[in-house]
Design a protein around this ligand. Structure first.
Ligand code: MG
Length: 243
């Protein structure tokens, strides 16, 4: 069932096999059902600074660092980049609004699939554009014992952020694995682009309002419609990798 997707990846990259040692997980929209909140927070914070960003547009920017998103919107709305101070203020406002919405729930199916992955001796790694200070605590509360704090790539580790392959390349480095020893799990088009550009087998999980095509056209190797869907297919997929 998954053999075609796996073979296409192997042929493209001239690998013999995927020897799975690490799974690189995006966080928002994959591990947490948090994208609705981020979309509202982006819309409201930009509005307070006289700029317009539709909540739906936030999904298209998902994965970028806050500074990049602010600059793209600022260029469009005001014909100039935002100053360092504006970026700080807008991003802080965005975080305050997001936090005021209450904690985003864990994505259904995420803990279940992570538990299976971990039990197989595979290392789960977080690769997120988020720069929340409470990130570690949030992960520990929702996914106790799953993630190693040393094996995380956040906004603080990267210069470019997604869609540049950089965050995923850093993830490989931290996990001490090669591109064909990992897979990426992403919900955002720009995140899929980053995973594919890093040369890693990239699974898209479409948990948001964008059409599947938005993820497939970025080169996703496989697509699931939810983390529950990914979880129920995990055993079959993992077996297919070992064949
Ligand atoms: Mg995401």
């Amino acid at each position: 069932m998954f053999q075609t997707a796996i073979n296409n990846y192997l042929n493209t990259h001239h690998y013999e096999r995927i020897e799975l040692k690490a799974v690189l997980f995006d966080m928002d929209g994959v591990l947490f059902d948090s994208m609705k909140g981020h979309a509202i927070a982006w819309h409201e914070s930009m509005k307070q600074y006289g700029m317009h960003l539709e909540p739906a547009e936030a999904y298209e920017h998902e994965g970028r660092t806050g500074a990049k998103t602010i600059n793209i919107v600022s260029m469009r709305e005001r014909g100039r980049e935002a100053t360092e101070e504006e970026i700080k203020a807008i991003y802080q406002k965005k975080c305050d609004i997001f936090n005021s919405l209450g904690a985003a729930p864990r994505m259904p199916g995420a803990l279940e699939v992570l538990t299976k992955i971990k039990a197989s001796g595979i290392t789960p790694v977080i690769v997120t554009g988020s720069g929340q200070t409470s990130l570690l605590e949030k992960l520990n509360n929702n996914f106790p014992g799953i993630f190693d704090p040393q094996l995380m790539v956040t906004a603080f580790d990267v210069k470019y952020g997604k869609p540049n392959p950089e965050p995923y390349l850093i993830g490989l480095k931290k996990a001490k694995v090669q591109p064909n020893e990992a897979i990426v799990v992403e919900n955002a088009p720009l995140g899929v682009r980053a995973g594919v550009a890093a040369g890693i087998f990239t699974i898209a999980v479409n948990t948001g309002p964008l059409p599947d095509e938005a993820l497939l056209k970025e080169g996703a190797n496989l697509l699931f419609h939810s983390m529950n869907d990914f979880n129920s297919n995990w055993d079959t997929f993992y077996k297919a990798l070992q064949e």
